[in-house]
Design a binder for this molecule. Structure first.
Ligand code: PMP
Length: 397
């Protein structure tokens, strides 16, 4: 018999979420996650993936994965420190360090995992972390796990960061202080003010930690936000994910050799969770090779993003202040946002609604993620559908 207390908890809370329009419905794909996807038997223009460069379905990556599977099998068989490190893993880490212009890198099973691993391997209860209020959930959880004092900083507010850094430093309460930020904020698409953050960090001797999940492969000729600002030797932790522009799965930290050596002996997902599979690792390595040899895919991504943004703006939608391909169409009310996304879907565009708790209440949006793999025709079709549904629902006039 199941627990009565649990049943009651679930019924009450699930009912409440559904009533408020906050319950996330998951639509299974019946196709690869490319520029057009099949959902519920229908082909839809896909504006919801993080597959920025189209690499998730790239033949070169698929072939690299297949070859690795043939040679090494489908699973790594153990955690990295027992015997789950293959030469393939070391090659990927070497490529990642080159890609990020750092001395070394360490790969994890996901970006989420990486933040849980890296923050708590270095920070503890005698430390403090200055964390932007819009940082990703995995950063927030990583900070909590470390038990360090978390000091929330108003979003990209450099006066607030400076004041809080000064106060923390002068209090003498903390052994180490870290400043932690997304490189690109995933829900609004704005870029962190890294030059100012690094200056403040140098003034108050802060450890710098940048999670560039949405900047890698997109900014800085592909190398990311830190490179975009020319700060590669002034940021301690450069975090990335292998699941977005790289198109596969996994996460990594790039930084100085000593830092990476420490993470290899102290970060718990590295020690206690089975390594990335050979196929994933080989595909990621191929992706980095592609990214470092040509900027063609990034250029196509930016061209498509500009085209979509200009089109949506011309139609009268509020697309916020994104500086990157992430293109929110801000609706506000949660229920209306979900209704908008549903209608877009019915007309042929898959653009997912994002509502509280992923974004603050009252700022519901449909988030569009154009990729290098979209054609102009697909984007024109999507814009025509946006116009039709936007007018029907009174979101634009
Ligand atoms: N950090 C940020 C800023 C992210 O946007 C994401 C992905 N949603 C992650 C970490 C987690 O990455 P992954 O999907 O590889 O676990």
């Amino acid at each position: 018999m199941s627990s009565h207390v649990l049943d009651q908890f679930l019924q009450e809370n699930l009912g409440d979420l559904k009533e408020k329009g906050l319950y996330n419905v998951i639509d299974p794909l019946q196709s690869a996650n490319g520029p057009v996807i099949k959902v519920g038997g229908n082909e839809l223009i896909n504006l919801s993936s993080n597959n920025y460069l189209g690499l998730a379905t790239d033949e070169r990556l698929k072939n690299a994965a297949k070859e690795a599977i043939d040679e090494y099998g489908v699973g790594a068989g153990a955690v990295r420190t027992i015997n789950g490190t293959m030469e393939l893993h070391l090659k990927l880490e070497e490529k990642l360090a080159e890609f990020k212009h750092t001395e070394a890198a360490i790969a994890y099973q996901s970006g989420f995992n990486c933040n849980m691993a890296a923050i708590s391997a270095v920070m503890d209860k005698n430390d403090a972390i200055l964390s932007d209020e819009l940082n990703h959930a995995s950063i927030i959880d990583g900070c909590r796990l470390s038990k360090a004092k978390i000091i929330r900083v108003n979003h990209s507010d450099m006066d607030d960061l400076r004041a809080k850094a000064k106060e923390a430093k002068e209090s003498g309460l903390y052994n180490k202080i870290m400043v932690i930020t997304d490189g690109v904020f995933s829900m609004d698409g704005d870029i962190a003010k890294l030059p100012e953050i690094v200056e403040i960090a140098e003034e108050f001797d802060l450890i710098t930690y940048v999670d560039d999940a949405h900047g890698s492969g997109v900014l800085g000729n592909g190398a990311g936000t830190v490179k975009h600002f020319g700060l590669s030797d002034r940021v301690d932790f450069q975090i990335g994910t292998l699941s977005k522009a790289i198109g596969v799965v996994g996460g990594y930290v790039a930084g100085k050799k000593d830092l990476i050596d420490w993470l290899k002996v102290r970060s718990r997902p590295f020690l206690f969770s089975t390594s990335l599979t050979p196929g994933d690792v080989a595909a990621c390595t191929k992706a980095i090779e592609i990214l470092t040899s040509s900027t063609e895919l990034q250029e196509r991504l930016w061209e498509n993003s500009k085209y979509l943004k200009q089109g949506l703006e011309k139609l009268g939608f509020d697309i916020g202040n994104s500086e990157t391909p992430i293109t929110p169409v801000i609706v506000g009310d949660e229920v209306k946002t979900q209704e908008f996304s549903k209608k877009l879907n019915e007309e042929g565009v898959y653009a997912k609604s994002i509502v509280f708790p992923t974004v603050p209440r009252g700022t519901g949006r449909v988030r569009n993620m154009p990729t290098a793999a979209h054609t102009k025709e697909m984007l024109d079709q999507a814009l025509a559908i946006y116009e039709k549904v936007g007018k029907q629902m009174g979101i634009i006039s």
